[in-house]
Design a protein around this ligand. Structure first.
Ligand SMILES: [Zn+2]
Length: 161
């Protein structure tokens, strides 16, 4: 419900703004937080490239979509794998031959990806609603991505030993 309202408001915003003044747009700086209705594409305070509110909202929409996709996709895989593991144990025939720590590893990875999707979704919604990026959320996403890559490398090194 809230989701639909946000999308509709976002679209409304685009329709109104697109037909408005061409050059002067509301832009804001991710680095120093500067915000203003100007034509320059670089921040007058710190020189970093500025993004328009519209660009940030479009990116926000993409983030929401990707986040929701990750949550649904990996969520569905988790449920599927979980049902496979449980089915094996009730049949008496064990088709799942892994250990308990394998399960922890598999579902830990799923949970991590879903967490990544949730943070992405929240960051995207933030951008759609407020028209600016949330510094903390962006850093959390980058941090999670970094942990995921490093963790993946460590685990593969550990398993191949
Ligand atoms: Zn700046």
């Amino acid at each position: 419900m809230i989701f639909t309202i946000v999308i509709v408001r976002g679209l409304d915003y685009f329709l109104v703004v697109n037909s408005a003044v061409p050059e002067i747009k509301r832009r804001n700086c991710f680095k120093c937080g500067y915000e203003g209705d100007i034509a320059e594409t670089r921040c007058p305070k710190c020189g970093k490239p500025l993004k328009t509110v519209k660009q940030i909202r479009i990116l926000g929409g993409i983030l929401v979509f990707l986040g929701a996709f990750l949550i649904l996709f990996v969520g569905a895989i988790s449920v599927f794998v979980w049902s496979l593991v449980n089915k094996a144990s009730t049949d008496g025939h064990k088709s799942f031959t892994g250990t308990r720590s394998d399960l922890v590893l598999i579902f830990g990875a799923f949970a991590f990806i879903i967490l990544f999707g949730v943070v992405g979704l929240i960051a995207g919604l933030w951008q759609l609603i407020f028209g600016r990026r949330n510094k903390i959320l962006v850093w959390v996403i980058l941090g999670l991505g970094f942990i995921f890559v490093i963790g993946g490398i460590l685990i593969s090194v550990f398993l191949n030993r």
